[in-house]
Ligand binder design. Sequence first.
Ligand code: ADP
Length: 440
Amino acid sequence: MTKRIFRSLCLVAAAVFLLSVVLIMGVLYGYFSRIQQTQLRMQTELAAQGVELAGMDYFDGLEVRDYRITWIAADGTVLYDDSDADTASMENHLRREEVREALDTGFGESHRYSVTLMERSLYAAKRLADGTVLRLAIAQNTILTMMLGMGQGFAAVIVLALLLSVLLARQLSRRIVEPLNGLDLDEPLKNHVYEELRPLLGRLDSQQRQLRDQAELRREFTANVSHELKTPLHAISGYAELIQNGLVRPEDVQPFAGKIYDGAQHMVKMVEDIISLSHLDEGAEDMAFEPVDLYAAAEEALRKLAPVAERAQVALDLAGGPSPMEGIPALLHSIVFNLAENGVKYGRPGGCVWVTASPGPKGGAVLTVADDGPGIPPEQQEHIFERFYRGDKSRGGSVPGTGLGLSIVKHAAEVHGARLELDSAPGRGTRITVFFPSGE
Ligand code: ADP
């Protein structure tokens, strides 16, 4: 990055420098041209006065180095020219622009290019009292020859400027990059470097916070899992130890074994739920959506739940009809099963759990699981979907559970993009509705 900034700065500096040189040369050239023209005019006036006073004698011993001086008769023939050429053989000057202008108005000026010599000649001509014309000419350099004329000085300035540009560019690029290298990425928002980096640092900060939250959740989850597994495990090993040490009367062995079995079942259920949740946490990416009938999925889940419901003396009722939708069969099964199982678990003997699966009003499907159980107190309603949350622990441990069932339902619904609605009040039963969106 430093190199790129350095290169860019050098390039910009070189471009600006070259452009400035070209512009300055242009301005200087114009300025010197004007000065030269004024001087030529003055010299012509002076020389004209000299010729008026002294005639041809004026040219005797006249030493003009930069100028060329020509005296032209009114008919255009050259009377005197300070070049070595023979005046008699010189062509008639009447057609020269400056000469014609001088004859007409008293004073004339013009300029002509010589491509071969790469120079421009300036001419000024003045008509004398006797009708003759005195003309002075001077060679003026083109921009290129002017630059070449400046030779070494000009090259020195270029080298100096380029060197300075390189030095400054290097320092500047380092100064730009230095704060970036010093960024504290652990606490992005504490960096006050460039305003333009704020959005990026903000995003980094929120990502880091998300990661921290996730790590915290995972820590909490692990702690909860260990804690929740420890309780049944202690019970199991406690009862097993009593039996092993012969401290249990023979008639108590069976009930103790039953408790060990219950504890083990509880652990099995918890491990299954934890596996389902971790799988959902990872986005259930290995599970594919496919066309599925929610009604059929509910039917199957209830069939599996039927023995449990029968033991609890809770009736299961399925209503609705074919409800085609796009979904993941295993997750839909788990949603229906967990919701209906809660209805059975928390319901009263002689109660009922009503399950309805029907097509949604705007496509998709709707699942409703309602019971005539005790209902959920309002202050618990916002917690029941949290992991390991068990209302009243739950009912003093009389109802077995892991506190993970509704978390699984919530996650599985999220994977389907479904919305959950809870309607419950103590003494009025519980109704949970899941709105599955249409596949489009
Ligand atoms: P679990 O049933 O294993 O305790 P859940 O996550 O399924 O865990 O439920 C969380 C809590 O929500 C339960 O402990 C219970 O207090 C309450 N709950 C869930 N469903 C019902 C229901 N149908 N009737 C009454 N209470 C319920």
